[in-house]
Write a protein that binds this ligand. Structure first.
Ligand SMILES: O=C(O)[C@@H](CO)OP(=O)(O)O
Length: 231
């Protein structure tokens, strides 16, 4: 039986301030740092040994991955970083306060932007301070692959090749895998893994803590799914 542990990053500075974040590279809050360390402690208590870890190219997920590996005493485990595990790109909403947006556009519209499967948020201007087009970490990508806004559908479309090429083959090889990622990139992969409908995924929320575990048989059928708990 192989294990896949999804850890959403701990609370970020912008989660705390209730801002749409997406690809903005914001740090963990103090509480988020503690959640990441506690994730590592729970992994250690559960006795889960990883063979490989995957994370995004955003510091809140990278730091969460590092703390989780450090506090489970397996900081040596190889870590592969990919933009394909980034948070969904929140487009022109990036940096706006979610409550202010709800007051301006209405609760229903904000809920649709946040949780509908296929409604895109407004696009981010290419000269926006948060635009990924001028960010060195994405320089190796074709410009047309760099998003200006993403819904969950587009997030899944760009995360899926990483699942197919890296994560699923590792699991099929019998490796235990850690994925340190984001609320919506994890939701996208959970939709795929559990074959959820576009409607079903709307109600799935991934907390900053604790980590979510899937156990699979050799054909990658789900045998068990649970959140880690303190013993
Ligand atoms: O702002 C974001 O990038 C995400 C995750 O924090 O928020 P939401 O839960 O609204 O998709």
């Amino acid at each position: 039986m192989v294990k896949l542990v999804f850890a959403r990053h701990g609370e970020s500075e912008w989660n705390l301030a209730n801002l749409f974040t997406g690809w903005a590279d914001v740090d963990l809050s103090e509480k988020g740092t503690q959640q990441a360390k506690d994730a590592g402690k729970l992994i250690k208590e559960a006795g889960i040994d990883f063979d490989i870890a995957y994370t995004s190219v955003l510091k809140r997920a990278i730091k969460t991955t590092n703390y989780a590996l450090e506090y489970s005493d397996q900081l040596w485990v190889p870590v592969v970083k990919s933009w394909r595990l980034n948070e969904r790109h929140y487009g022109g909403l990036t940096g706006l306060n979610k409550a202010d947006a709800a007051a301006q556009y209405g609760d229903d519209q904000v809920h649709i932007w946040r949780r509908s499967y296929d409604t895109l948020p407004p696009e981010m201007a290419k000269d926006d301070e948060h635009s990924a087009h001028s960010d060195r970490r994405y320089a190796s990508l074709e410009d047309s692959m760099i998003p200006d806004a993403e819904n969950l559908k587009v997030t899944l479309e760009r995360a899926l090749p990483f699942w197919e090429d890296q994560i699923a083959p590792s699991l099929k090889d019998g490796k235990n895998v850690f994925v340190g990622a984001h609320g919506n990139s994890i939701r996208a992969l959970v939709k795929h893994i559990k074959n959820l409908s576009d409607d079903e995924i709307m109600d799935v929320e991934i907390p900053n803590f604790p980590p979510l575990v899937f156990e699979f048989d050799e054909k990658l059928n789900i045998v068990k799914e649970y959140y880690l708990e303190e013993k």
